[in-house]
Design a protein around this ligand. Structure first.
Ligand code: SAH
Length: 465
């Protein structure tokens, strides 16, 4: 029986969906962080459970041919990237398998069917420096020096790093200037344990197409002392358009507060995907990988098969990105989103692009859609709300059942499901496929290279009865 702290030699033969290598010692399964399939390694057992245990890499005895040298010096400690040590080709293979596995295990679809509907994953040509958004926690290191970086996996310990290999290189200069400013004016970083201090996080967003940069400090307080000096330091950075702060005095894991205060410039930046321009506020959701977002939206457009005559619903629409991308090829698009600021942006975005056939609703999709459906039935007896295509792009927990039920009642020809969690996607597909719909095509898109996350897009058709 394996014991805690025991050191064993193991060959890694599989990979967990959470990115750890899996190996067996005398039939006992170990999950080993920082190893990849094909490695032979000396590992230390850190946790023992009945069926399986966890171990830490001590020494790599034989490196797998699937390995790549991590680009980032803190790749192992930082919780941001889980699979930088895996070659990009194998990362894509891992993600394709992850989606396939969920469809089979959670969705209950059979192997042959899944292999028939899955198209090849869309990967990136250059899988680094792809993120347009970063949120750096700010704190103090063991020596008491101010630092910024990322949390270590599963903890709130800050791994100092101003050079994240996933973001733009300009982030380093911005962070250095903010830390210098804090030092000079004795502005303390937030101390999570004590609930004291001021600066909690720095949010940086960069429009890759426009070159516009936004900086938003998250504060445990209502004011930033000497903010003029910070503005002076940051405004000369090429592309800087917006400097704001957000007030968050809660003891919470939620990063941003609800209120945004302008220090300099505009309260938003603009960016462009394909030919559509978007305005983005600090609180709005905006896809973090613009190159892959365009690939994803093009796929959504292809799966939606629009001719210009259709009525389309875009549920969980954020700032209306998919809605506006589709609007030029549809008769009418309705967007639904829970964050009011995002809908304000969505409406402005429609205006900026001269799009008049898009309408947006603020609220939970699980309230708005059923209410709209019921009201329509009441006001138009004998008729039902018409939709040709419904696009959904829910957060990780997937669609609420009432959303799925209303979609089925609306009887659209097609549903295009965009998902950031293959497990809840598979659950929802199973539900829809039991109610008159069938999966036509599935495509994974690598929106988050170097991490275990994967985006999936599915085309679902109404069965001909
Ligand atoms: N389709 C958009 C946003 C997708 S992210 C894009 O591609 O950019 C998911 C969005 O769902 C977020 O904007 C989030 O605020 C929103 N959301 C979360 N829960 C929701 C709910 N219950 N009803 C409606 N929108 C919700």
């Amino acid at each position: 029986m394996a014991k805690k702290n025991e050191i064993v030699t193991v060959k890694v033969t599989d990979m967990a969906i959470s990115g750890e290598g899996i190996g067996k010692v005398d039939g006992y399964t170990l999950f080993i962080k920082d190893t990849v399939i094909g490695d032979v390694a000396k590992v230390k057992i850190t946790k023992v459970k009945k069926q399986y245990g966890y171990a830490r890499l001590m020494e790599l005895l034989e490196a797998s041919s699937d390995r790549a040298t991590p680009v980032c010096s803190v790749a192992r400690q930082c919780g941001g990237c889980q699979i930088q040590a895996l070659s990009y080709e194998k990362q894509l293979e891992f993600k394709q398998k992850k989606v396939r596995g969920s469809l089979i295990r959670v969705g209950g679809f059979d192997h042959e069917f899944v292999d028939g509907v899955m198209e090849p994953i869309i990967g990136m040509e250059a899988p680094f420096h792809y993120r347009n958004k970063a949120q750096y926690p700010v704190g103090t290191d063991k020596e008491g020096n101010l630092c910024a970086g990322f949390y270590a996996g599963r903890t709130h310990q800050i791994i100092p790093n101003l050079d994240c290999a996933l973001g733009p290189e300009a982030n380093r200069t911005i962070l250095e200037k903010i830390l210098e400013f804090m030092k000079e004016y004795h502005i303390p970083a937030y101390d999570e344990a004590a609930g004291k201090g001021l600066v909690r996080h720095v949010l940086i967003r960069c429009g890759f197409a426009s070159g516009e940069i936004m900086v938003c400090l998250v504060l445990n307080g209502k004011k930033l002392p000497h903010s003029n000096a910070l503005v002076e330091a940051l405004r000369s950075i090429p592309g800087m358009e917006s400097i704001t702060y957000s007030v968050n005095r809660e003891n919470t894991n939620v990063i941003m507060g609800n209120e945004i205060c302008l220090l300099w410039g505009k309260e938003y930046i603009t960016d462009q995907i394909g030919s559509v321009k978007y305005q983005i506020s600090p609180l709005s959701f905006y896809q973090v990988n613009p190159v892959q977002t365009e690939a994803l939206y093009r796929q959504a457009l292809e799966y939606a098969r629009l001719t210009g005559q259709e009525t389309v619903w875009d549920l969980y629409c954020g700032i209306g990105t998919i809605s506006l991308f589709l609007a030029k090829n549809a008769a009418k698009v309705y967007g639904v989103e829970i964050v009011p600021q995002a809908i304000e942006d969505a409406r402005k975005n429609a205006q900026i692009n001269g799009i008049r056939n898009a309408e947006f609703f603020v609220g939970r999709a699980e309230d708005i859609l059923p209410e709209y459906y019921d009201r329509y039935e009441r006001e138009h007896p004998g008729e039902r709300v018409h939709a040709d295509v419904i696009v959904v792009d829910p957060p990780r927990k997937g669609c609420a059942q009432s959303v799925l039920d209303t979609m089925v009642k609306m009887q659209p020809e097609r549903i295009v499901y965009v998902s950031c969690d293959p497990a809840t996607l598979a659950r929802d597909l199973k539900y829809l496929c039991g109610r008159g719909y069938e999966v036509e095509k599935v495509r994974a898109v690598d929106m988050f290279p170097e991490t275990i996350h994967v985006e999936t897009i599915v085309s679902i058709q109404k069965k001909n009865s």
